[in-house]
Design a binder for this molecule. Sequence first.
Ligand code: ZN
Length: 207
Amino acid sequence: MKKSIIWVIIITIAIIVNACGVFYRSVAPKQYISSFSSEEITIIMEKDSTYPLRVLSIDNKRDSSILRAQALPIFINEDDPFVSNLILRMKSTLQDSLTKGVGLAAPQVGISKNIIIVKRFDKEGEPLESYINPRILKYSKKTQPCQEGCLSIPNRRGDTKKRSYSILVEYYSTKGDRIVEMIEDYTAVIFQHEIDHLNGKLFIDYI
Ligand SMILES: [Zn+2]
C-alpha cells in the first residue's frame, strides 16, 4: 500500500515537471542565431545605414586575406538587424560619389558572408538589389567579352573574355524566399563577378 502511494507521488511529480518544461519551451523566446562574428557586427553597426563602408583593397595584406577567403552562408532571419544594416550600408557604399560601382560583395567590405549587391541594368530605373546566399545553377555556353574593373583592385581593368552570356541564378530574399532567375547580358557579368568574390576569386584570375 505504502509503495503504491510513493509511486503515485513520483508519477505526479514527473507529470508536473514535464508539463512545466513544455510550458517553459512554449513561452521562451526563440534563440536568435547570428550569422556574423563579433568583429563583423562591430563593422556593420558602428555607423548607421547612410554611411558607406570601407572597401578592402588587394594591395593591403590583411584585406587581401579576407578577399581571398571562402565566404559563408547567411542564416536568414527576417528580423536580423545586422543583415538589414549591412545591405543598406553596402548600397550607400556603391552610391558614394567616390566609389561609383555597379556591384559589391560583402567580403569587399570585410564581411565574409554570402551577400551581394547588383545594379540591375536590365530593370527599369536600374535599381541596386541585394541577394543572399546566391549561387549559379547553370552557365550558358555562349560567352561575352567584357571590360571589368573592381573596387578592391585599384586602377586595373581588363577583358575577362569568357563570362557566360546568360546564367541561371538561385538566391534568397531577406524574408527567406528562394528565387531562381535567368540573368543575361552585362547584368550577368556583374552577377558572375560578385559571386566569384564569395568564393575568393577575382577578375584578374581570368586575365
Ligand atoms: Zn570586384
